[in-house]
Design a protein around this ligand. Sequence first.
Ligand code: PIN
Length: 503
Amino acid sequence: MCGVVGMVAQSSVAYHLYDALTILQHRGQDAAGIATTDHRRLNLRRANGLVRNVFRQEDMDTLHGNMGIAHVRYPTAGSQSSEESQPMYVNSPFGICLAHNGNLTNDRDLSKLLYESEQRHINTSSDSEVLLNIFAHELASRGNADTADAFFDTVAAVAEQAVGAYAVVAMIIGKGIIGFRDPHGIRPLCYGKRETRSGRTEFMITSESVALDVLGFEFVADVLPGQAVYISHDGELHVRQCVPRKSYNPCVFEFVYFARRDSVIDGISVHKARLRMGEKLADKVLRLHPDHDIDVIMPIPDTSCTAALPMAHRLDVKYREGLVKNPYIGRTFIMPRQDERAHSVRRKFNTVQLEFQDKNILLVDDSIVRGTTTKQIVQLAREAGARNVYLASAAPPVRYPNVYGIDMPVASEFVAHGQTEEGIARYLGVDWLVYQDLEDLRECALGINDDVNELDCSVFDGRYVTGDVDQTYLDMIERVRNDLAKADVSRGRGMQQLEANNA
Ligand code: PIN
C-alpha cells in the first residue's frame, strides 16, 4: 500500500510535501521520496525508511522548486530495494516523474511489450516503472504536444492498456502535474486548493483528504474512476473524464483499516463507516449470543477503538482500554516479514491487569488476517487474568489475496484459509469468535454516496472487479510475493529497518 501527493504551489513546495508525507505515513513505512522541479532540473530524494529518517536537512535543501510529487511506500509486488522507491523518473519526453498507489495485474505483459515493440528496458520488478514507461511512450507518440489535452489523451491511452488498480500523480517537468485513477476507482485520490496571501491558488492532489485538511487546503473533489486532473505549473486546473468509468468500486479495506479515520474517501467518512461497523457487529453478537456474559468490551488499538465504542453502547457493556500500545513501534501488520511481525507484538502491547482480572472480555479488532498478532494478544489477555476471552472482528474472514495494492500476501498465510470459524477460534485460543457479515460491512460504507455503487471486497469474496484475475495469476503472485521471496531479496535488511524505524 502506498500514499501519493502532488502539489503546485506559488513558493517552495518541498516542506509542504514533507508535511503531507508525514500525514500519509500510515499508508507505507518502507520507503519515502520527494521529487521537485524549478522547471529546469529535477530534484529527487528517495530512500528506504520512515519519512523522518529519509529526509535530512541537506536533502531538503536540494529540493528546489514550486512544483513536486511525493510518495510513501509499502511494497506490494516488487522487492524492497531502494531503487524501487518512488517517485520514479524517466528522462523522455520532457522528463517525467511518477508516484503510484495500487497494483497492475498485467504489468508483466506490458513490460514485455514495452521491450519488444519500443525497446524500453524496465530495470526493476516494480509495476510502477511499467506504468511510468507506458505513460512516457504514449506521451512521446504525441510528438511535441505539451497541452492539457495531450496529457489527457495520454492518460486515456494508458487506461486502455493498464489493468488493475492505480491512483497516480505524475509530474511533467516544465509543464505541470497530472493525477489520474483507474476506471474502477479502486484506490483513492482527491484534490484540493488553497489561496495564498496574494490571492493566488495552490493545488494539491493526494491519496487521502486528511492531507488536504492538515495543510489548509479546501477539498475540491475526488478524482473519479477514469478521470484525470491536470494542474499546469502556473496554477491552472483542468479536469477531464479520459475513459468511461467501468464502475465505482473503492476498496473496502480503506474503510476497515487502512485509511485514517479523519479522511473522507469518495464522499464516505471513514470514521462514520467504522462506527457503523461497530453497531452492526454488536447486532450480530446479540443475535448469536443473546444471553452473553460479556463484562467488558475491549478494542485492540488503534483502528478498532472507533468500532468498539458504539458496540459497547449497543450491548450496554463497559468499554475499557485495557490494552496499551507503544506508539513508537511501527504497524506490525505492514512489516514485511513474519519474523519481524511476531517479534514486535510483545514489545508493542501491554495490559492493564485490573481490567482483565476475573472478567469476561470481548476483544474487538478491525480484521483478522494472519491471526498471528491476534493469537498473541489473546494469550496476553489470559495471562492478565481474563476468565473468558471472546473476539469480534469488524470485517469478515480474509480468505483471498489482495491484488490491487494492499499487501495481503498469499491465501495459505491467512488464518481463515481452509478453516471453519470454529477452527479459527480454536487456533486463536478464544472461547468464541464473531465475524462481521460481508453484506453488513458493505452496508457500512454504501448508501452514503449514491454515486458509489459497489466496493472492492475481493479479499472477502474472491471477486476481482478487473475480470482478469484467475488461479494462474494468483499462483504466480503467490510465488512472487511470499515472505520468503521478500526475505531473500532484502536479506539482512529487516532488523536494520526495524531499528531505524524505532530510532
Ligand atoms: C492495527 C490494525 N489491524 C489490526 C490491522 C492482525 C490483523 N491486523 C490488521 C489487526 S492498527 S493478524 O492498530 O491500526 O495499527 O490477524 O494478522 O494477526
